[in-house]
Design a protein around this ligand. Structure first.
Ligand SMILES: [Zn+2]
Ligand SMILES: [Zn+2]
Length: 175
């Protein structure tokens, strides 16, 4: 292990700490990733996403200094197996970043994400959906979905049948 900075790792179990570190090591070695420093952070403030990776494309300095944050709240709510999938998602970003200097959820990213067994849904959405508060049902076609915030835009239409949002049945989800 070289040039890893660990933050808040005391929040998770020791065997989980080791799993994360050896997984990152494995990817770094398998893909021969060159970097200056990787910070791994179990982050208590990350509330709207399961994980996050910070870097800047085309910035040689920052490029090699990467911060991967994993949400402590997500870990508590969904357990370690799921946070490992999040880690793999972030590691897919790491590979596309360092090897190809590309960011975002593009085709190449999904290629690596699948290869590494990462969560392919946007992590943020998955976390947010667990916090959904409003249930919407289209009275035109019956399509249903849940939202964390109430839709304010009355010009919105159903993507399936084009029924206007004002003709939706809306219910608050009980917690
Ligand atoms: Zn991502
Ligand atoms: Zn509809």
């Amino acid at each position: 292990m070289k040039n890893f900075i660990l933050k808040n790792f005391h929040l998770i179990k020791e065997n989980e700490q080791n799993s994360i570190i050896s997984r990152v090591n494995e990817i770094v070695e398998n893909f021969s990733l060159t970097y200056q420093e990787i910070t791994l952070d179990i982050n208590k403030r990350l509330k709207t996403s399961a994980g996050q990776i910070k870097y800047k494309i085309n910035d040689e300095q920052y490029n090699k200094r990467v911060i991967i944050s994993l949400s402590y709240n997500y870990y508590k709510e969904f357990g370690f197996t799921r946070i490992l999938q999040t880690l793999n998602h972030e590691l897919a970003h790491l590979v596309t970043l360092i090897k190809h200097n590309q960011g975002g959820h593009n085709k190449l990213f999904y290629h690596y994400c699948e290869l590494l067994g990462g969560s392919t849904k946007y992590n943020t959405n998955e976390y947010i959906y667990s916090k959904k508060k409003w249930h919407y049902e289209c009275l035109g076609c019956g399509v249903m979905f849940d939202m964390i915030i109430k839709i304010k835009n009355t010009k919105m239409n159903c993507s399936k049948c084009k029924n206007n949002i004002t003709n939706f049945k809306i219910e608050k989800i009980k917690e």
